[in-house]
Design a protein around this ligand. Sequence first.
Ligand code: SF4
Length: 350
Amino acid sequence: MLFDDDPPPKLIGIARLAAASDLLEAKRQVEYLELETRRFIGRGSGRMRSIWTINPYRGCEYGCKYCYARYAHEFMELRDPELFERKIYAKQFQAAAFRAEVRRLKFGDTVWIGTATDPYQPAERRFQIMRQMLAVFAGESGLDLGITTKSDFASRDADLMAQIGRKNKIRVHLTITTLDEALARLIEPRAPRPALRLNAVRKLTEAGVPVSVLAHPVMPLINDSEESLDRVCAAAARNGASSFSAAPLFLKPCSAQVFLPFLEERFPHLVRRYRERFEKAAYLKGHYPQMIAERVERIRARHGLATGRAPESPEPSQPQPFLNAQLDLFPQPAKGPSTARTLQRKVNRL
Ligand code: SF4
């Protein structure tokens, strides 16, 4: 408002619904609210246009420092990025209406749950939307379901997922960025510990539900070493995961607002380099993405896992000519003599 007596701005669409939502619970610093919802299943956008997406919650309590879903709260005129972690909206769920939406899907359609926010965040313990949705999917056939989460609570629904898997395809994509508990606590402050997530990988796979482990995002000089990624992949394989993937950090302006101050506080020596590299684009360019892709490929081969990309992960940037050294980011010592040659061969094939 410019002056005190200016009329308040007129809220429309999702911002109006958010403002009218009933407060259900205020827990610690987190408020749960219920959001009126006309449709649960939406069409993906951009490169996800061919798939259907479901996000039962708006906002996410886990508060990962790199989270790029914060922009979704801006649609509700909630512009303080911290409100994304403190005002959690649960979409009103009605099984009959949801079943009618599911019935409109075609045989073979792909549906991804959790493309924007974590569907198994703490709010799920109260609202149980995932469990109710999966119960509906359990009565269907011929669909291809993917669930992305970093919560061990996903294993609660192993029974329903296994049941769905008898007549559909289903896969859980569990994010584990590091096994270092102290680092995980810093970058994903309220998400379950990595050891708990690994337990969930084991429980789900033991129940017959295929699991991919995602080490997204790979943050330069924070969790990107071959040793760190290898530890995650090895633990994923030990606990039954069938695939593993990792892609570099994607830093949209809404996530940079939180991530860069976090770096200043915890990794001040990295701030200048991150600012320079992400100033003009949200994606890293240069040889870094290619180097990480090669590193992940090596690690996957070492542990016998397949590739498993979830739709939440940004497409890797197109590899730039490796010899265009001025674009190289976060240069690191090459592991072994073949890296430069391999990259050059790949670039030549483009
Ligand atoms: S779990 Fe996902 S949605 Fe939730 S804060 Fe972390 S990155 Fe964002």
